[in-house]
Design a protein around this ligand. Structure first.
Ligand SMILES: [Zn+2]
Length: 391
């Protein structure tokens, strides 16, 4: 057991930085002089998707709130990881952007005193989804921090935040962990057999959560296999069009599975909060209040569903691009780690040229761009599949 920082394979520098900061924070609380520069009140966690920026932020929050500096075993640590700690505000924008009204409320709540006597922590995932006005509201709070409030922002890269906010945060940079480091975690913590762990880690290219899902969830592995059948199946117009339809359908099914799992418990929690089923004075009024809150929740769920659908399809396209990138590496005889089993690549590699492979990768990237511009998914994918089928 290595405490709260156990799930960050390959991030040794980050873990050392955060341990030092947590020690500095503890020194501050006990009135001792902390190591200079170890602790500050605003942090920005950056790193590519799946590298664990929100895991690192969560672990840091646990270390700051834990009386023993992040043991991973006390009630405080458990509450942080369950998301129920009273001094931890978890912000996860559900839609595509985070507005100014939400941010103002957040800033007010963040200024409160910590109930546990340590820190009041705001962990803001996907802080890059802040609208410009929201970022301004946030900036004020970060510029004039309450003495015991710590802001932990997460974003893919520092450039995703406005410079005024970025410059007031200490940046924590997570790196893409090696496949070996990811595989070791899957084996040690999840008991996955080493060869399977390594294959999943390679396929996920440093994305720890994705590697774990690929190794443990047969339906995730099957969806990946479906995506990777596309390159060998798009031999002409007909198969190309049907491959496009399959990709869209698969992504929709996966997104539906993900959102359904989240939606109903949220609706249930809301009903309970409003005491549905109870009777007595004021119930009718409460029920009217609930209708409004339910409508808000459903709007947020709808916008999240849109985002999950978009992310899922994009994930499939990235896997497809990675497959062609592996083919290109074989064609160029490059000495790099492949995400896919070489046996599955050789036939396609020898039957096409590096130029054709590059063109296909570009077609996939172009398709991703069209999707961000809200082109209908099926149209964009059909265009892509046709480009893939051309010799
Ligand atoms: Zn603890």
């Amino acid at each position: 057991m290595t405490g709260v920082f156990h799930d960050l394979p390959g991030q040794d520098a980050v873990v050392a930085q955060l341990r030092r900061a947590a020690a500095g924070a503890a020194a501050l609380l006990s009135g001792q002089r902390p190591e200079p520069g170890a602790m500050t009140h605003a942090w920005l966690f950056t790193g590519p998707p799946g590298s664990g920026r929100s895991v690192a932020a969560r672990a840091f929050a646990a270390a700051l709130l834990c009386p023993s500096g992040g043991c991973g075993e006390c009630p405080s640590c458990h509450q942080v990881f369950a998301g129920t700690h009273a001094d931890l505000l978890l912000v996860r924008p559900e839609g595509l952007s985070y507005g100014v009204k939400q941010t103002r409320e957040l800033v007010l709540r963040a200024a409160g005193k910590p109930t546990g006597g340590r820190w009041q922590i705001v962990l803001f995932e996907d802080a890059d989804r802040c609208t410009e006005q929201a970022a301004n509201a946030l900036l004020k709070a970060i510029e004039e921090p309450a003495p015991r409030t710590v802001w932990l922002l997460c974003a893919p890269s520092a450039e995703d935040l406005v410079p005024t906010i970025r410059s007031r945060c200490r940046v924590v940079t997570l790196v893409v962990p090696s496949s070996e480091a990811v595989a070791a975690v899957l084996t040690d913590r999840d008991g996955i057999e080493p060869a399977r762990a390594l294959a999943a880690a390679r396929a996920a290219q440093g994305h720890v959560g994705r590697a774990r899902r690929l190794a443990l969830d047969p339906s995730a592995a099957k969806r990946r296999a479906d995506v990777l059948r596309v390159p060998s199946s798009v031999t002409s117009l007909g198969p190309a069009l049907s491959a496009a339809a399959t990709l869209v359908r698969t992504a929709e099914e996966e997104a539906k599975a993900v959102t359904e799992e989240l939606d109903e418990p949220e609706r249930e929690a809301l009903r309970r909060a409003f005491g549905e089923g109870s009777s007595g004075k004021g119930v009718a009024k409460a029920m009217r209040g609930m209708a409004g809150a339910m409508k808000d929740l459903e709007d947020r769920q709808k916008s999240r569903a849109t985002r999950v659908k978009r992310d899922t399809l994009d994930q499939a396209l990235l896997e497809l691009a990675q497959f062609y990138r592996d083919i290109l590496m074989l064609q160029l005889d490059a000495d790099v780690e492949l995400a896919n089993d070489p046996a599955s690549l050789r036939k396609l590699a020898s039957s096409s040229t590096p130029e054709a492979t590059l063109r296909r990768i570009q077609a996939i990237m172009h398709c991703r761009e069209l999707l961000t511009l809200n082109v209908a998914p099926l149209l964009a994918l059909e265009e892509m599949a046709l480009s893939l089928s051309e010799g």
